[in-house]
Design a protein around this ligand. Structure first.
Ligand code: NAG
Ligand code: NAG
Length: 210
């Protein structure tokens, strides 16, 4: 029957391309994970941010909000990620930030947030976001310590402000620990994120528990 054929095709498409397809679902996933509260952000996305992690073999892993990604040594989460935006957001420039609010553990995040990526001058090339300047903080692979529960590695997209371009708060030498994305966004006038997604990454099972 046509409908069941269509349904199985859809299921196949979803299995292959597991990226976020609904802003409402991303919003709900952020709320369920308590991320807006824990990051002190107002999260009212108007677009989808697609984050893809290239793999040594096979297709990249494209995140959907709340996906569990195996850390898997230096393969699955090594990055660096590529970014796409889906939505009517204009040409840019944009800022992409990635933070871990759960370091060293979600129960006692005393060094959070860890800044896993911070870059500006991203421009929209038919959805692909390409930066014209090096990132301030290049991508850091997740390294949740042995014995920790999974951390929420959260990617956020902002419209870039004038103040961001001349900011001096963060550079390549600034400690990645104790970063605060809401404080930074407020200080450089980024406003609220327009899109985001997150992945859950736990320590490699081969690492011994602390
Ligand atoms: C970072 O530190 C190195 C070594 O001190 C220095 O050469 C470099 O200019 C610094 N980079 C920035 C962005 O401040
Ligand atoms: C980040 O800064 C906000 C104020 O902008 C503050 O309310 C919040 O507690 C800070 N978060 C962390 C993890 O320090």
């Amino acid at each position: 029957m046509y409908l069941s054929h269509l349904t199985s095709l859809l299921a196949l498409a979803l299995a292959v391309a597991s990226q976020d397809t609904s802003i409402r679902k991303v919003d709900a996933a952020f709320a369920a994970a308590n991320l807006p509260a824990n990051l002190d952000i107002t999260f009212k996305p108007t677009a989808l941010l697609e984050v893809s992690l290239p793999q040594a073999t096979g297709p990249p892993i494209t995140l959907h909000a709340g996906i569990q990604v195996p850390r898997n040594g230096n393969t699955d989460t090594a990055g660096p990620p590529t970014f796409h935006v889906v939505g009517d957001v204009g040409k840019g420039p944009f800022v992409v930030a990635a933070v871990d609010p759960d370091a060293p553990t979600p129960q006692a995040p005393t060094s959070a947030q860890i800044r896993h990526f911070l870059g500006g001058n991203f421009f929209n090339h038919g959805g692909l976001l390409k930066n014209t300047t090096p990132a301030i903080s290049e991508f850091r692979q997740p390294t949740p310590p042995a014995g920790s529960d999974a951390h929420r590695y959260t990617f956020l997209l902002f419209h870039q402000s004038e103040a961001f371009a001349s900011q001096t708060l963060v550079n390549a030498n600034t400690s990645v620990s104790l970063f605060n994305i809401s404080q930074f966004a407020a200080a450089v006038d980024l406003g609220n994120p327009i899109a985001g997604t997150f992945m859950l990454v736990a320590p490699d099972p081969t690492t011994t528990s602390a």
